[in-house]
Design a protein around this ligand. Structure first.
Ligand code: FE
Length: 133
């Protein structure tokens, strides 16, 4: 089940930190190796920092060397949406939270898992819930 979250830009600005707002609502990218979850090995479920939707399991997190938290797959493919992104002179696939529309990062096809995918996600788009898995 996916809950649709619709908030005004003013509400998002009040709820999110400036960095979270720039990434989630402005499709920004945090600088590599600066996010709080880059090297995190704790078990749990990574939730959307905007709306709390379950996005990634720590079981699928791996060290990509990219400087951003990286996952082989979403916890539930129905909780994310993929969009073609032609910004910055590149063709990439953007990953957003289906529930709130927040920008999470991008997915690339050079990952290590069976699907060969690397979900490259901004730390500040995520919260780690260590009570779930
Ligand atoms: Fe969300």
């Amino acid at each position: 089940m996916t809950t649709q979250v619709n908030k005004t830009e003013q509400e998002w600005r009040q709820e999110l930190s400036p960095e979270q707002y720039a990434v989630l609502r402005g499709k920004g990218t945090e600088r590599p190796f600066t996010g709080r979850f880059v090297d995190t090995k704790d078990n749990g479920v990574y939730r959307c920092a905007g709306c709390g939707a379950e996005l990634f399991s720590s079981d699928t997190k791996f060290d990509s060397g990219s400087g951003w938290p990286s996952f082989t797959e979403p916890k539930n493919t129905e909780n994310v949406e993929l969009h073609e992104d032609r910004s910055h002179g590149m063709v990439r696939t953007e990953v957003t939270c289906k529930s709130c529309g927040g920008h999470l990062g991008h997915v690339f096809d050079d990952g290590p898992g069976p699907q060969g995918q690397r979900y490259c996600i901004n730390s500040c788009s995520l919260d780690l819930d260590t009570s779930a898995n």
